[in-house]
Structures are given as C-alpha cells and as structure tokens.
Design a protein around this ligand. Sequence first.
Ligand SMILES: [Zn+2]
Length: 195
Amino acid sequence: MNLLNFMSNFADEESCVTYLKEQRERRGVVCKHCGCTEHRWDAHKRCFECRNCHSRQSLRSGTVMQNSKLPYRYWIATMFLLMSTKKSFSTEEIRRQLGHKRYQPVWEMVCKLRDVMGKRDAQYSLDGQVELDDGFFTTERPEEEKDTPLKRGRGSHKKSKVVVMVESAPSQRHPRKGKPSKVVGHLKMHRSFRT
Ligand SMILES: [Zn+2]
C-alpha cells in the first residue's frame, strides 16, 4: 500500500473502525464468557455483543490496542509509517506527524507495535548460510526518564548491544568490482542485554 492508497482507504476514524471490525470478523469473534461465535455489532459503542449471553467486547480488546485511548487512525497510520519504508522513524517524529501533544502515549503505542512486529518476525526461521555480528545501537527512553544522568561510552544507558543475524547467499549476478558478491535475505536482530 502506498501513501495515496493509505490516504483514501483510511481517510477518517470511521473507515479505520470499519477496516478493523472486518479484520476481526474475518478471524472470527469468540465470546470470552460463553464461547459463542455469533455477535451483533454495536456501531455506537464500537463493540461486539454476544448474541447468547450479551456480554460485550470492544474492538480493542485482545489486540495490541487494548487499554489505549488513542484514536484507531493513529494506530493504523503508525503501522503504515513503521512498515512502509526502510527508514526508521523516531517516536518524536511519529508524534509530530500525528500532531499529538503528548509524547508518552505515542511512545507506548510505538513500543507495543514494535513488540508485536518483532514477535511476528520471531516466528520466521532463518535458513541457509547465516552470518552473525553485533553492534551498539542508540535506544530511546521515555520522557520521564530523560532527567536521569547517563553514563558515558559503551556502558551508556542510551546504547543497547544488538546481535544481528542475517541470511546470506552468493549473488547469482556476475560479480563486479566493488560490488558485494552476496545477497541478503531476512535478518533478525536481538538485543542481548541492556547496559
Ligand atoms: Zn457470550
């Protein structure tokens, strides 16, 4: 999906709700109380009501958006930003793009999304020849921790050691001088510890 498709598909909060509702229905909505799979959609409260025991579950319940008060459109727009480009966005940049005042809720949303995206990637097994390396990456901290002083150098709170594993295979193309002779497949990154 490119930016123009995104803008027309998710033009407002209501179209995001409709999309998420359809996704949930496709997977099947199951009542947590009685196990019934028949539900009525309450458009006003944006929740599913069980046809058997009438208990309700919101569109957010059981998803990464549970307990969040941020609009659905924020979540979908942020997923789009995180997945549509190879560049990584800082949480501050996402906050600015969403036009949201407070940093903390946006930071929590981005952490949750990165977490579930990481879990999805974790289900993929690397195959063939795998190369391994590690490096130190700068990590973000929540706003309220920013007043605590940082240690310097490799032991700094702002640096995390990350192990990188990547599938590599010889390139099928004719090798050219100065060009890598290998192609890179999936890669996995694992933060080995927090310093
Ligand atoms: Zn029920």
